[in-house]
Design a protein around this ligand. Structure first.
Ligand code: AMP
Length: 220
């Protein structure tokens, strides 16, 4: 099964996408994670895209599409995948439609107000987990519960970048929902609830019946 998870920044789409992938043996594809990996490791691609990511702009479609095309062709995607952060606009959706069939689409709904509140206190760890200063603090200040590494604030979680990212989501990503609505494969869930409750909504609307626990207590 091939699934897309949509949601504004701070909606927890990364956490939910990973949970679905892990509990159902699907590949997890996050374009944001791929880009952050390249930036951190200062690859040629990383140096080229850093200027877009840090200010909250979209990486050019040609680059993004090439990366997704390559990733979806990897053997682990044959069983199915969960896409997080892609497609984000019409050109990306057009490309996706030429390389894969999407079976289910989840939209995690969250108000801008709540998204801004969540992102302003978000702390990330390089192992992929994220925390919140107020709503989900780590046990030891500034340190990841899971791997013990130092937590950091994502460059693109600064107020200007957050505003830009939310505007792009409303203007370029939300208009894609109609395409999936017409195919009757789009489901909306309430992102204001706790991680476990959001996950249960997703399992229900997808008609999946996972026996696995979320195993996660982090916000994202
Ligand atoms: P995310 O982790 O999904 O919030 O993505 C972080 C950043 O990576 C975005 O603000 C963009 O700069 C870039 N990015 C991620 N996915 C895409 C995409 N599909 N198209 C263009 N840029 C993207």
């Amino acid at each position: 099964m091939n699934i897309i998870i949509f949601g504004p920044q701070g909606s927890g789409k990364g956490t939910q996408a990973e949970l679905i992938a892990r509990n159902h043996g699907l590949a997890y594809i996050s374009t944001g994670d791929i880009f952050r990996y390249h930036i951190k490791n200062k690859t040629d691609l990383g140096q080229e895209i850093e200027k877009y990511v840090t200010v909250g702009q979209l990486v050019p479609d040609e680059l993004t599409n090439e990366i997704v095309k390559d990733r979806i062709r990897q053997p682990d995607c044959v069983v199915g995948f969960v896409l997080d952060g892609y497609p984000r606009n019409k050109l990306q959706l057009e490309l996706l439609n030429t390389i894969a069939e999407i079976n289910q689409v989840i939209v995690i709904k969250l108000s801008d107000e709540e998204a801004i509140k969540r992102l302003s206190g978000r702390l990330a760890c390089k192992c992929g987990l994220s925390y919140h200063l107020i709503f989900n603090p780590p046990k030891k200040e500034g340190i990841c519960n899971h791997c013990g590494e130092k937590l950091f604030r994502r460059d693109d979680d600064n107020p200007q970048a957050v505003e830009k990212r939310l505007a792009i989501y409303h203007q370029e990503t939300e208009p894609l929902f109609d395409f999936f609505k017409q195919k009757r494969i789009l489901h909306e869930v309430d992102g204001h609830l706790a991680i476990e409750a959001v996950y249960q909504q997703i399992e229900t609307v997808l008609g999946l019946n996972s026996k696995n626990e979320t195993g996660l207590h982090q916000n994202s």
